[in-house]
Design a protein around this ligand. Structure first.
Ligand SMILES: [Zn+2]
Length: 292
């Protein structure tokens, strides 16, 4: 007789809700989810390279040798959540429609950035070797995409993927395991850093998107962010309110006739994050809203 699985003893994955696990990895502090069901397992996000995706698979095998990963969900297009897809060659990869359209362009953008600056960054947990693996990884596109929502049937439970509007990117999806009260929000929420507002982000819509996800999810007992430790709904609501403040202040300054140069250099005490963290967001708002 085989001994029972003791998930919490595994070094990688930790159970955060009934048969819902999370592993947190050093490089870019990415969180990876694992949902077990009668008819197989779902992995949420795959890390930043083929090697790192393979490490996730090893950690899953350590949890239970007969766990079969049948599905992968990419919460959004970014390389630290998608480049490990290639390691899950027998699984179906699910993502929002836009990920299929933008992943290769994003991959080129990341490779160019790595070639330009191939040095390690201890503050983000990655080494030069990690970056070489990013460069060497072949992109694997999603197999199944959707515009609004889709469901994975694991026999005894359902895993629901939903899009609720733009935010961190134009294709962020939430992954809900309703029977366990577990919600994955990708980089719409970050616990170990401020939310990342990059040059593909939508600062003006972000807070509304988070509100829609929270309403649709009911009252989840645990929310898994793209980076950092699992959080509760109150944490998400606080970060949602911060993003609403970012949007309101940037909108007011833009419509009030503040120049881009001024907005980039003159702090506003109401902003919840440092001005330098909001540079790309500021440029996005100035491009997206007409001057008054
Ligand atoms: Zn991201």
């Amino acid at each position: 007789m085989t001994p029972p699985v003791t998930p919490l003893a595994a070094p990688g994955f930790v159970e955060v809700a009934d048969r819902v696990f999370v592993a947190r990895y050093r490089q870019w502090d990415v969180g990876v989810g694992l949902v077990l069901g009668r008819d197989g397992a779902v992995v949420v996000d795959t890390r930043a390279s083929d090697v790192q995706g393979g490490e996730v698979l090893e950690d899953i095998r350590r949890l239970g040798r007969d766990i079969e990963v049948r599905h992968v969900v990419n919460t959004h297009v970014h390389f630290d959540h998608t480049f490990g897809n290639v390691a899950f060659d027998t699984a179906t990869v699910h993502a929002h429609d836009t990920v299929a359209r933008t992943l290769e362009v994003h991959a080129e953008h990341i490779r160019a950035a790595v070639r330009e600056d191939p040095g390690a960054a201890p503050e983000y947990g990655y080494t030069e070797a990690d970056l070489l693996q990013v460069l060497a990884t072949a992109v694997r596109l999603p197999d199944c995409t959707f515009g609004s929502s889709a469901t994975i049937d694991l026999g005894d439970r359902a895993v629901t993927m939903a899009y609720a509007g733009r935010g961190h990117t134009d294709g962020d999806v939430a992954v809900l395991v309703a029977d366990a009260g577990a919600l994955f929000l990708g980089d719409l929420v970050e616990e170990s850093a401020h939310p990342s507002l990059g040059d593909d982000s939508w600062p003006l819509q972000w807070a509304d998107t988070l509100t829609s996800h929270l309403i649709a999810a009911g009252d989840p007992s645990v929310v898994v962010p793209g980076h950092g430790r699992p959080v509760d709904v109150a944490f998400v609501e606080r970060q949602r309110d911060e993003m609403a403040t970012v949007a309101a202040v940037l909108r007011e300054r833009r419509l009030g006739g503040v120049s881009l140069a001024e907005a980039l250099h003159e702090p506003d005490a109401r902003l919840p994050y440092p001005l330098e963290h909001l540079e790309a967001a500021t440029r996005r708002v100035w491009a997206q809203l007409p001057a008054s």
